[in-house]
Design a protein around this ligand. Structure first.
Ligand code: AMP
Ligand code: MN
Ligand code: MN
Ligand code: MN
Length: 275
């Protein structure tokens, strides 16, 4: 059974609709798919209907933005009940911050000499949450970079003209919301965080103490060496192992749904006890 437990749709910063994402996952042999949009569960109903029609098992998920010791960390919720009021209140608060931040990014880019970025990003977001990805697409359109991935290091990360510091959920809040909604909390793409070894150990310890269940050992953004290192961390901290591509759409030609290496020996998969 091929699992891909970290993906995005047009409900956040992916480019495929929930239905098209499910269809592509099915065509790629994925049989258990989690839709994990940023701070939103809006795509889940459509994805669930599409999955049922194709015989794909859809895991309702979300990727929650967290600020931990001044850094942004992403926590995935798997099997969350999207009807849970506390979870939805929490996500609504994060989307409120996103809306303010989008305007602030627009103001900062305007000061830097790039006009109408807020409106441009909103156009790419099409009424859904506004992510830095949507700003990146607008800046590519404006000829500021050749590719979306080239935009972040020049415009949208710390120290750059369009950077606004995150004020997201606390780590404990994200875990409480996910668990309260019946889900399992998973640290997303752990090798991406620029934390030294001591800080990283502390993150995993705190996460585990709050009731976190798992961490992504296999991620579309991990090198083979990252996967091996994260497998050791998961085992040492008693965390289950998850896997997901963090798929955002076919434009990212270096990634495909379900395409991940084998789970390292000794890891306990997060889906071990799923019915
Ligand atoms: P946001 O959650 O709005 O701050 O946007 C972050 C999103 O931008 C991530 O989920 C990725 O999809 C995308 N992204 C891609 N590369 C980078 C990068 N180098 N730094 C930050 N975000 C990136
Ligand atoms: Mn994203
Ligand atoms: Mn992420
Ligand atoms: Mn993601």
């Amino acid at each position: 059974m091929l699992h891909d437990l970290h993906t995005h749709s047009t409900a956040s910063d992916g480019t495929l609709t929930p239905s098209d994402l499910v269809a592509r996952a099915h065509a790629q042999g994925v049989r258990v798919l989690a839709l994990t949009d940023h701070d939103s569960t809006e795509g889940l109903a459509e994805a669930s209907a599409a999955a049922q029609a194709l015989g794909v098992r859809l895991v309702p998920g979300v990727e929650i933005s967290v600020t931990w010791r001044g850094k942004t960390v992403h926590v995935i919720g798997l099997h969350v009940d999207a009807a849970n009021a506390v979870l939805q209140q929490g996500l609504a608060r994060l989307r409120g911050f996103r809306d303010w931040r989008a305007e602030e990014i627009g103001r900062r880019l305007a000061e830097y000499g790039i006009a109408d970025a807020y409106q441009g990003a909103r156009r790419y977001a099409r009424g859904n949450i506004v992510s830095r990805t949507h700003f990146a697409r607008f800046l590519v359109e404006q000829g500021r970079a050749r590719e979306v991935r080239d935009v972040y290091p020049y415009y949208l990360t710390e120290g750059k003209p369009g950077y606004v510091a995150g004020e997201w959920a606390a780590l404990e809040e994200a875990v409480v919301w996910i668990r309260g909604a019946g889900g399992q909390a998973v640290i997303a793409h752990p090798a991406r965080y620029k934390l030294n070894e001591t800080k990283f150990e502390l993150l995993l310890d705190e996460f585990k103490q709050h009731g976190g269940a798992a961490m992504e050992v296999l991620s579309g953004s991990h090198t083979p060496d990252d996967c091996a290192r994260m497998a050791r961390h998961a085992q040492r901290h008693g965390l289950l192992a998850s896997q997901g591509t963090d798929y955002h759409g076919p434009e990212h030609t270096w990634l495909e749904l379900g395409r991940l290496p084998a789970m390292p020996e000794g890891c306990v998969p997060v889906w071990q006890h799923w019915q």
